[in-house]
Structure formats: C-alpha cells, structure tokens
Design a protein around this ligand. Structure first.
Ligand SMILES: Cc1cc2nc3c(=O)[nH]c(=O)nc-3n(C[C@H](O)[C@H](O)[C@H](O)COP(=O)(O)OP(=O)(O)OC[C@H]3O[C@@H](n4cnc5c(N)ncnc54)[C@H](O)[C@@H]3O)c2cc1C
Ligand SMILES: NC(=O)c1ccc[n+]([C@@H]2O[C@H](COP(=O)([O-])OP(=O)(O)OC[C@H]3O[C@@H](n4cnc5c(N)ncnc54)[C@H](O)[C@@H]3O)[C@@H](O)[C@H]2O)c1
Length: 460
C-alpha cells in the first residue's frame, strides 16, 4: 500500500527537477522531491559542479596571501562555505512551500506509478500522477589497470574538496573538467600534465582557437599530451606512476594525484526503470522524445540523465519544456532550442556558440572570418584595465547574407559576451548590426565594434 500520493514526484534534486518542483508547489500542487543525500540538496551544480569549480577559478585568479599550499587551503575552505550556504538556500526554497515535501532517501521504481524510497531502515512507498527523473550523471573512471584501486585517484568531486595541494597533478581527459582543473591547479602552483586519448586537445574548436587556448595554458605551466593511451597506473611510495603510449612509444609520468576527467555517464542504475517500463538508450541514458517524455507518458526525464548536453542551463530548459507540458500550451520542445552556447572556464574563459569555421566551410557556406587578438583591440580598454589581455575573438559570418554563423571568444568576460552573441543570433541580428550597436564603456562588449569591423582574415 502506498504511504502517500502526490501530483508530482521528482527523483533527484537537480536544476530541472527543483525548478519544476518549486513552480508546481507554488501553484498548490502536492509535490515530493526525493534526494538520496542531504549533502546534495540542490544537486551537482551547486555542490560538486559549476559553483565550487568556478569559486576555485576565482580564487586561483585572485590569490590571497600566504604560500601556495595556504592559498589553496583557504580557497577550498571558502568554497566549502559557499556550497554549504547554497545548499541551505536550495533546501529552504522547496521546504518553505507548504505543498512540497523534501524526502531524503534513495528512490527506485516498483511499478510505473509507485516509487520506493529507502533511508536507512525507513522505507516509504509513494505514488504520483506525474514522475520526473532528474538523477544526473556520475564520473566515468576508465577500466585502466590499477586506476580504480589507486589511493591517488580523484574524481572532480574529491579534487574540489582536497585538503592538500598536489605538487604534481596528472589529469586523464582534456575536456571541460580536465581543462578547467588544469587551469586552476596550474595557477595554484601544481605541475599539471593532461593526458588525452583523442588525437588533438580541444577537438571541438577550430585549430587557431585550440592553439591559442592551449598556448595560454602551456604558458601557465600545463603540459598536454594528445593521443595518450594510458595502459597502467601504479601506486608508488611517493605517489603514482602512470604508463602511457603516445606517438608509438611508451612513456611514464610520475604524479602525486591523478584526476579522472574522462566524461560523465547518466545515473540510471538501481532506479528500477525496467519495472517502470522506462526504456534506456544504448549509452545508458533514459530515452526521451522531444517533450522529454519517456516510454511511459506520465514519466519524464530532465537534465544529464536524459543524455542531452550536460549543462545546468540545459537541465533548466528541460524544466521549462515539462512545465509547458504540464501547465502551459505544450508548444515547447527540444526541437526549438537554437544556438546553445558554452563556456570552458579556463583563464581567460573560452566561450563558443554556433558553427566553427571548419563546420561552416564543410557545410559549403559562403564564409567570412574576422578575428582579432584581445591585446590588439584598441577599443576594449577593459582588458588592459584588469590586466588580462590574452586571447582571441573570432566571428564566422555568412559573407552573402551578413548572418552571424558562429563565434569563438577566448577573452576576459567571454562567459558574459557569448550570451549577447547568442541572443543576437537567435533573433537574426546581423554581423553589421552587432558591429554598429552602442555598448557601454569601458566594457568587453565594445570589442564587437572593432572586431566585427576588421578586414576578413579568410574567406571561403
Ligand atoms: C566539476 C563539474 C563542473 C561543471 N561545471 C559546469 C558549468 O560551469 N556550467 C554548467 O552549465 N554545467 C557544469 N557542469 C555540469 C552540470 O553540473 C550538470 O550538467 C548539471 O548539474 C546536471 O544537473 P541535473 O539536473 O541533471 O541533475 P544533478 O544536479 O546532477 O542532480 C541529480 C541528483 O539526483 C540525486 N540522485 C541520483 N540518484 C538518485 C536516486 N536513486 N534517488 C534519489 N536521488 C538520486 C543525486 O544525489 C543528485 O543530487 C559541471 C559538472 C561538473 C562535474
Ligand atoms: N563549463 C562547463 O560548462 C562544464 C564544466 C565541467 C563539466 N561540464 C560538463 O560535464 C561533462 C563531463 O566533463 P568531462 O570533461 O568529464 O567530459 P568531456 O566529455 O568533456 O571530456 C572527456 C575527455 O576525456 C578524454 N578521454 C576519454 N577516455 C580517456 C582515457 N581513457 N584516457 C585519456 N583521455 C580520455 C576524451 O577524449 C575527452 O577529451 C561535460 O560533457 C560538460 O558538459 C561542463
């Protein structure tokens, strides 16, 4: 027998689920939010993802007093205080709504309409009309001999909370997590080596942008090895010895700690999805349609668990789609998402939206490329004021229609700039209109006046 019935039951306190729970709760709907850990109220982003990593980026960029070890310890402590405060706020956001209950325990489906929640010896059975799965993703640790059992293995979750500053940090994987931590820990003073299995570091980016970004990181002390196939990880008295093949030769690397930054997989294990009749994809994500409905029409999946892009703002947008299904006109879907930007928070940040030059040329578009090194942009004094003149701004434009096809901004404030470019692209603002707009001064945005007026560096 079910203990309680709800209008909406959310499994996992992630961005999409909590937003939906709050929206429906404020409308007086009976909502249960089930989260397996009190340390995760608010989900990955605020506890072990975006917020703590960006706090560490900020600390690394603005070092306080003391030795490198002391500065790092202070940064970790301040980050713990930040996440603790955010966690409290997130819990209160739902707990203060009368019709919402936060239940701390692990959820699994018993059948399509019933979820069992287990917390120690306590077991509850809950029923709901609508169920939303928002269980996120977890780090993949590749099955390299010796890696999973190494005492020096860290995932991003542990590295955020590390009490000591590794003198030598090895990072497996040069994606978002790998590059961000490489940038942060090199600034804290660690000797960082990134080993990536792919043929090139930053394969998503054009060659010039990848070269500029990796150049900045190399100057900061980060070593990159592309095409590195790690074959063995062995603990030694002083740390860890990593053996890898690259360029047809065998190499070894000694490190104090090794970060596995080799991707994150959707969390579906132990959810009883088969009992609920919810199908998964071959890669282990919950299968959803463009309205984020699973193979059971009353069960939805939001955020990383549905196999979409792994960003907090995508989980948030997922919640908009479901809100629209539940209480709106039902018009929103994943099909109407256009131009999703991203930022890699190295120093300075690398942000991108739309097509790369390579993609635009491959599509046979009439391409014009304008770009400028940040140091050469006279009309952007902000870079000089704050002492961060590294980087490159690049726009890919359709030379026949003046349409903005894409932008890659490696610069101070690019995590803000890219949102302005994205909005412009979504609303059909042309390259000339973006060039001739009035921007405040001194700001980073005013660089658009100059970069977009520069003569093309390439045309195709
Ligand atoms: C180090 C790092 C840095 C990142 N930085 C950024 C960034 O700068 N910008 C950005 O946009 N994205 C970033 N991301 C990605 C972003 O954090 C995720 O895409 C986002 O948090 C996913 O949210 P979600 O809604 O899918 O669920 P999550 O926030 O992952 O929440 C899932 C919740 O479900 C709970 N749960 C799982 N199983 C069960 C169960 N059976 N029962 C009950 N509860 C359960 C988990 O404990 C967890 O709290 C980063 C990720 C990492 C790891
Ligand atoms: N700023 C942000 O928005 C941000 C920051 C961090 C994480 N995230 C999200 O988190 C997700 C996970 O990030 P991630 O960096 O772990 O994954 P990723 O997919 O971005 O990168 C994984 C990297 O690991 C490499 N790799 C895989 N197996 C390997 C192996 N055995 N040895 C060496 N290299 C190997 C791949 O070639 C790839 O470059 C991302 O998809 C991203 O969406 C976003």
């Amino acid at each position: 027998m079910k203990d309680t019935h709800f209008d909406l039951l959310v499994i996992g306190f992630g961005k999409g689920g909590k937003t939906l729970a709050a929206t429906m709760g404020r409308l007086g709907k009976r909502v249960a939010m089930v989260e397996q850990s009190a340390a995760m109220y608010g989900g990955t982003c605020i506890n072990i993802g975006c917020a703590p990593t960006k706090a560490l980026v900020h600390h690394a960029e603005h070092p306080g007093a003391g030795s490198p070890g002391e500065r790092h310890r202070q940064a970790v402590e301040d980050t713990r205080s930040l996440t603790s405060a955010l966690r409290g706020k997130n819990f209160a956001m739902l707990d203060t709504i009368d019709s919402v209950v936060v239940i701390t325990g692990r959820a699994e489906f018993l059948d399509p309409k019933t979820v069992r929640v287990t917390a120690g010896n306590d077991v509850l059975e809950l029923g709901a009309d609508t169920i939303v799965v928002n269980t996120g993703a977890e780090p993949i640790v590749p099955p390299i001999p010796g890696l999973r059992t190494s005492a020096h293995l860290l995932t991003s979750t542990e590295l955020i909370d590390l009490d000591h500053l590794p003198q030598r940090l090895a990072i497996l994987g040069g994606g978002y997590v790998g590059v961000e931590f490489a940038s942060v820990y090199a600034q804290f003073g660690s000797a960082v080596t990134v080993l990536d299995a792919g043929p090139r570091i930053m394969p998503r980016e054009d060659d010039d942008i990848a070269a500029a970004a990796t150049g900045i990181l190399r100057d900061a002390g980060v070593e990159f090895v592309a095409g590195a196939h790690v074959t063995d990880v062995r603990d030694t008295g002083e740390g860890v010895k990593i053996t890898y093949e690259a360029g047809g030769r065998t190499h070894t690397l000694a490190a104090d700690d090794v970060l596995a930054a080799t991707g994150r997989r959707p969390v579906t294990e132990g959810l009883g999805l088969d009992r609920a009749g919810v199908r998964t994809t071959p890669s282990g994500a919950i299968e959803v349609d463009e309205s984020l409905r699973t193979s059971q029409p009353h069960i939805y999946a939001v955020g990383d668990v549905n196999g979409g892009p792994q960003f907090t703002y995508i989980s948030l947008d997922d919640s908009r789609i479901i809100t629209d299904q539940l209480i709106g006109a039902g018009r929103r879907s994943t099909l109407d998402r256009r131009f999703v930007p991203y930022t890699v928070f190295m120093t300075p940040a690398l942000s991108r939206v739309g097509l790369t030059e390579r993609e635009a040329v491959e599509q046979g578009l009439p391409v014009k490329v304008v770009e400028k090194a940040v140091a050469d942009i006279a009309g952007m004094p902000r870079a000089k004021i704050v002492g961060e003149t590294r980087g490159l701004m690049k726009f890919v434009i359709d030379r026949e229609t003046d349409e903005l096809l894409g932008a890659a901004l490696l610069s101070i404030d690019s995590q803000e700039l890219i949102n302005a470019v994205t909005l412009a692209m979504r609303h059909g603002v042309t390259a000339s209109e973006l060039r001739d707009a009035i921007y405040t001064h001194p700001s980073s945005t005013e660089a658009f006046n100059e970069v977009l007026a520069a003569p093309p560096v390439r045309e195709a």
